[in-house]
Write a protein that binds this ligand. Structure first.
Ligand code: PAF
Length: 284
């Protein structure tokens, strides 16, 4: 059955008040739509942990620093609602810009430190936009649990930090990255790749997995980068925003895997910016 599509805060509040009055819990899965199996795995986890599940769909203009990127972002509401049918979620919240940012909206949520690096260093204002909209989505949905993919690992850490710092009363649950058969991390952006670019994009995961193995054996990342960069270029990747190893908790740059760490990449394939990150075993 298709879940009710809720477009206003008032309607949403009536639902969530009734659920909380009955002592029931609410899990929220915030998305920008164009749902794929990665999002659906978050919905499945939300169903396991909460009495009621709300999926939100809002292409948040505040987190885009490139107007073309915002304009080209896929918008597939009907298809998304159809994909959610089998999960029997309780509501799909699809606010418009006026619901989220009414006239005179003047507040910005900014998480410092964690946002200075990786995507934060390359996409000015991106994480302020994410932090602001996520805070609003948490309060509008009155969520007890919120589900985010590790694919956007930096985002997950930023959201965890803001939920804790602002006492939002939401438990932020991180869920594993879901990959295509060839290893490419699922992302709504993959829809923007031509068939040829899509087939070349799998090289990113291959290169990263090999780097992570070598790092786990004690290699220094500086020694691995020239070959990795050459292989990405040979596969058709263009600019590399970053290809770095950082600690899991504070995202501190690491040369060797001396602490629990992940390898992070943001690279362009045919003009589409793809990001990925994978676990690095502790160096032996
Ligand atoms: O990961 C996303 O899709 C977005 O950044 C989010 C969390 C829905 C906020 O707009």
């Amino acid at each position: 059955m298709t879940a009710p599509i809720i477009r206003t805060r008032q309607e949403l509040r009536e639902m969530t008040n009734a659920w909380h009055r009955a002592g029931e819990t609410i899990g929220v899965v915030p998305t920008m739509g164009a749902l794929h199996d990665g999002h659906l795995s978050l919905v499945a986890r939300a169903k396991e942990m909460s009495t009621h599940v709300i999926v939100t769909i809002f292409v948040n203009p505040k987190q885009f620093n490139n107007p073309d990127d915002l304009a080209n972002y896929p918008r597939t509401e009907h298809e998304d609602a159809r994909k959610l049918e089998r999960f029997e979620v309780d509501a799909i919240y699809v606010p418009d810009g006026a619901q989220m940012y009414p006239d005179g909206f003047a507040t910005n949520i900014s998480v410092s430190g964690l946002t200075d690096v990786l995507c934060g260093a390359h996409r000015a204002g991106h994480f302020d936009g994410v932090a602001t909209v996520v805070t609003k989505l948490f309060t509008q949905t009155a969520a007890d649990f919120a589900f985010f993919g590790e694919k956007d690992f930096q985002q997950l850490q930023v959201v965890r930090r803001l939920a804790r710092d602002l006492d939002l009363g939401v438990e932020v649950v991180g869920c594993p990255t879901i990959r295509e058969m060839d290893g490419l991390a699922m992302s709504s952006r993959n829809l923007m790749l031509s068939d040829q670019a899509r087939s070349r994009a799998s090289a990113l995961n291959e290169v990263m997995e090999e780097m992570a193995d070598a790092l786990g054996q004690g290699a220094a990342i500086a020694d691995l980068l020239p070959d990795a960069q050459a292989r990405l270029a040979a596969a058709g990747f263009g600019d590399i925003d970053y290809l770095e190893m950082r600690s899991n908790d504070t995202l501190t740059l690491l040369e060797r895997a001396t602490a629990p760490a992940r390898l992070f990449a943001a690279v362009f394939m045919a003009g589409v910016r793809l990001i990925d990150n994978i676990d690095v075993p502790l160096a032996r």
